[in-house]
Design a protein around this ligand. Sequence first.
Ligand code: 4EH
Length: 232
Amino acid sequence: MGSKIAIMGAMPEEIEPLLAKLDNVSEDIYAANTYYEGSYNGQEVVVAYSKIGKVFATLTATILIERFKCDMLLFSGVAGAISDELKVGDLIIADGLCQHDLDITAFGHPHGYVPEGEVCIPTDVNLRNIAKKVANEKKLTLKEGVIATGDQFVANEERKNWIGTTFKADALEMEGASVAVVCSALNIPFFILRAISDSADMDAGFDFDAFLKSSAQISADFILSMVDNIER
Ligand code: 4EH
């Protein structure tokens, strides 16, 4: 199925645990970013971090597909929890992604919607099923739900709860929906995994700094197990 798999993060910390496990890595600089081509257990992969936010994530996802010819994209990183069920280090996979900061409600449209777009973009069902199989084998709990994306680091209970109720979202971050827009438009199967680093509340900045590394590692380890379970 996957002949060349893109694995994307937003921050260096999110891809460092991936790069540490690749073989035959070569670096290619393109559009002011570094792309790492290599292999994992014989599977060809291209790894990159986009930089933070929706615009950079859109650029990187597009380049991974159009220039590096990846035919599948997996995102690995951390997220703020909305659901009370999610604690630091827990994993969530997106069944769909929305943009919580996209607002043309002045014209009567719902939050997150623009004409010819969709509020919530679904991820690839096959990749989600592989994730569930991997979680079973590893005896890990995997939550599945909506992930809300926006160009804001949310450290505010009120904003977090608004995003939760408006989009029925379980977690939030700043890149996933961009990847969803690009991959769905280009018909590339994609998957978004996040390990919780904070709860998007007043302690979020502090918690994020404390748990970025450990949660990024948890997400990266899981993503690499998924690569082992994807048909070549
Ligand atoms: O890439 C951005 C990072 C935070 S900004 C989105 N990532 C982490 C996920 C995330 C998140 N997003 C929004 C984790 N917790 C979040 C939250 N709100 N509460 C950043 C981080 N460190 C330095 C500079 N910018």
